[in-house]
Design a protein around this ligand. Structure first.
Ligand code: CAA
Length: 260
């Protein structure tokens, strides 16, 4: 593995864990940190030995947003030419393997947006989700106005983004559907790894097809989405994993998926 300065990576069986590690700035997302996240994600997406990824931060902060000090003096033309924030989100949005965000502490601005780019979010009991960009004179720039609205609905998204100070606690994030489970802070990452391991033990092709199909629910009309789903479902019958999975059921044994 490459030597990273702002993240740590490890693997546990078929699960890769990426831990944001810029504690002095509460994991504020600077270019270098994002470059490392993207590099690690690309490496794990291309590694057949990995079936799912967990992305986490520290107990105090998942990430406190884009690095305000780094961007404060940049100009429109710089940000336009560099595709600022677009270049951060490209890799994670093209990931074919599932990513679980394990969010302890602050997930603010770009931190909340980074969590929402993941496929599943688990929260620690003290997690805080918010989009404070408006207090800095700007708006969310990495998906906040879109993904938060899809997740929690228009009124709550408007309230959070327009005030910049109405945040969600872990319990509120759970009841609004932004996250799918809440755990004690010290159990959170293990729980995320457990779920990731469960997913990584399934056939990788069907897992990736399922992720692709669910994501189309945000892009397509119902009839087009159903069409897309049906074609993927039918093509699953070209895989060895389908033969194995159904044979194992009929023979009352555990399937042994080979990801083929
Ligand atoms: N950028 C740069 N540095 C940051 C940062 C950020 N987003 N968030 C925290 N830090 C730094 C602080 O400047 C501080 O550094 P120094 O010790 O050098 O002063 C260090 O991290 C610790 O932070 P605090 O002392 O502020 O810690 P706190 O516990 O008092 O407060 C906090 C925590 C409420 C999260 C507060 O740090 C804060 O409000 N951070 C900014 C949150 C924010 O506005 N995020 C949105 C950024 S814009 C964005 O993300 C755009 C987008 O759509 C992608």
């Amino acid at each position: 593995a490459p030597a990273y300065g702002m993240i740590k990576t490890e693997t546990q069986g078929r699960v890769a864990v990426i831990t944001l590690n810029r504690p002095k700035a509460l994991n504020a997302l600077c270019s270098e940190l994002f470059h490392e996240i993207n590099d690690a994600l690309a490496r794990f997406d291309g590694d057949d030995a990995i079936g799912a990824v967990v992305l986490t931060g520290s107990e105090r902060a998942f990430a406190a947003g884009a690095d305000i000090k780094e961007m404060k003096d940049t100009q429109f033309i710089d940000n336009y030419k560099a595709n600022f924030l677009g270049h951060w989100t490209a890799q994670i949005s093209q990931m074919r393997k599932p990513i679980i965000a394990a969010v302890n502490g602050y997930a603010l601005g770009g931190g909340c947006e980074l969590a929402m780019m993941c496929d599943i979010i688990y929260a620690g009991e003290k997690a805080v989700f918010g989009q404070p960009e408006i207090t800095l004179g700007v708006i969310p720039g990495a998906g906040g106005t879109q993904r938060l609205t899809h997740a929690v609905g228009k009124s709550k998204a408007m309230e959070m983004i327009l005030t910049g100070t109405v945040n969600l606690t872990a319990a509120e994030a759970l009841s609004s559907g932004l996250v799918s489970a809440v755990f004690p802070p010290d159990k959170l990452v293990d729980e995320a790894i457990k779920t990731a391991a469960k997913i990584a033990a399934k056939g990788a092709v069907s897992v990736q097809m399922a992720k692709e199909a669910i994501n189309q629910a945000f892009e397509l009309s119902l009839s087009s989405g159903l069409h897309f789903e049906r074609r993927l479902f039918q093509s699953g019958f070209a895989t060895k994993d389908q033969k194995e999975g159904m044979a194992a059921f009929a023979e009352k044994r555990k399937p042994n998926f080979t990801n083929e």
